[in-house]
Ligand binder design. Structure first.
Ligand code: ATP
Ligand code: MG
Length: 424
């Protein structure tokens, strides 16, 4: 036997018994974002490596160690997208959709990061991203958060997630803060973990994120970013909080929240849950007013977020929040005996599908004896089995069996659709 080829580590197949949850989630998101006027944008999975180097930032985890980068046959450096924001900006700007315009966009699809695979963390994972462009005021930050809260409400997740919020100020404010932080931390360099020592020169803000206890102990007396936030950033943050409060959205302010990507400024936020272990963040985002310009476009304010589909699916499953009607199930199973009956059963199944486009109608293919076909009908868990036999065809009728009661009834072909409609 030939050796079977396995999927790549950290890249999962989404099998039929899971895909209905994905479809349910995607459908729910699509309807919520649409109700806020967001339109879908689709862009390629592969981009020039420079897009992510410049967009995400050279010293971020993603660019330093997580990207799938390769040379194509021309020797050009390409990268499987590790996130969607940089691509979204590239695509929208390339199409001339950004300058002096307001855009509300969303996307969904696979992202690729070379990370250590574990529950809730994969090498190919999927995100749904929502991005808005051309609006600099805090009300759009609030709109995005309120939109996400509505989504959690629709999914039954609102009470299982917590909104964490912070402001990281303007780039200039962060620069002043970074200098103060580095001054302070340099005195205790020996006590910092290895990653944090390196970040002292590359990306000092990320040290605030460190999970290392000794580093956290040193950080206790470090200067606070909060004290470096200027008036404009603070006013923006106050405005956002007022809008959230007015809409009944609870949140906690997490002063340590800085986010791993370079492009954020002012607002940053995460929705976290206690149900998924250390892969706790299901949705993360913030304002990134500098990114469009950084990627060669005209200055354009922007804010957005991305959610991890795998983590949301895990959460829905863990909390048993998948509605019955979102699960795949067969409603009607159609069997037939004999050639004429087989043809008639086709026509009957089509008539039913025409009348009830939302029902799952499974027609047994390949004939076989009555007993075997009935077994398959049983196994399908269908509510009704329709049996078309040779005698029935001649009379223009079929047998409709209610599988929950075992009751069987002869019905003219033309009456079956109405009967099923009344019963289901
Ligand atoms: P983390 O801190 O968990 O590594 P991140 O800050 O790298 O997350 P973002 O780049 O902000 O994550 O991506 C947004 C969301 O995408 C995350 O909150 C998470 O739900 C999901 N996500 C990120 N990386 C992965 C991954 N490797 N596997 C599955 N989901 C992921
Ligand atoms: Mg990460």
């Amino acid at each position: 036997m030939a050796r079977k080829i396995q999927a790549i580590r950290g890249m999962n197949d989404i099998l039929p018994d899971q895909s209905s949850v994905w479809l349910y989630l995607e459908k729910t998101v699509a309807s919520v974002v649409k109700s806020y006027g967001y339109q879908q944008i689709r862009f390629p999975i592969v981009e020039n490596t420079d897009l992510f180097k410049r967009g995400v930032g050279e010293t971020t985890d993603i660019v330093e160690k997580e990207m799938y980068t390769f040379e194509d046959r021309n020797g050009e450096s390409l990268t499987l997208r590790p996130e969607g924001t940089a691509s979204c900006v590239r695509a929208a700007d390339q199409a001339g959709l950004l300058f002096n315009q307001v855009q509300r966009l969303w996307y969904t699809g696979p992202m690729f990061r070379y990370e250590r695979p574990q529950k809730g963390r994969y090498r190919q994972f999927h995100q749904i991203g929502v991005e808005s462009f051309g609006m600099g005021s805090a009300d759009i930050d609030a709109e995005l958060i309120i939109l996400s809260a509505r989504l959690w409400k629709k999914l039954g997740l609102l009470e299982h997630v917590e909104l964490q919020l912070n402001t990281i100020g303007l780039a200039s404010e962060r620069e002043t803060y970074k200098a103060a932080l580095v001054d302070y931390l340099t005195q205790y360099k020996d006590q910092l973990d290895e990653d944090s020592q390196r970040r002292l020169t590359t990306n000092p803000l990320r040290i605030l994120d460190s999970k290392d206890e000794a580093t956290q102990a040193v950080l206790k007396n470090a200067p606070n970013l909060e004290d470096f936030i200027g008036e404009e950033s603070q006013a923006h943050f106050d405005r956002l909080q007022a809008a959230l409060k007015a809409n009944g959205i609870s949140y906690v302010i997490n002063r340590r929240l800085v986010r791993g990507l370079d492009y954020y400024g002012k607002t940053v936020f995460e929705w976290v849950t206690t149900h998924l272990g250390s892969q706790a963040t299901v949705c993360a985002g913030g304002r990134y007013d500098g990114l469009v310009e950084q990627l060669g476009g005209k200055p354009t304010p922007a804010v957005g977020f991305a959610m991890g589909i795998e983590r949301l699916v895990l959460l829905l499953e863990t909390l048993d929040l998948i509605p019955e009607d979102a699960k795949f199930s067969t409603d009607v199973f159609v069997i037939s005996m004999g050639d004429d009956a087989e043809i008639a059963s086709f026509v009957l199944a089509e008539t039913l599908r025409e009348a009830h486009s939302d029902l799952v109608i499974l027609r047994h293919c390949g004939g076989g004896n009555f007993k075997n076909q009935m077994k398959k009908a049983d196994k399908s868990d269908a509510r009704f089995t329709i049996i078309v036999g040779q005698d029935e065809v001649e009379q223009g009728i079929c047998q409709v069996k209610d599988m929950s009661t075992g009751e069987q009834k002869a019905l003219p072909f033309d009456d079956v659709a109405a009967f099923i409609n009344a019963a289901l």
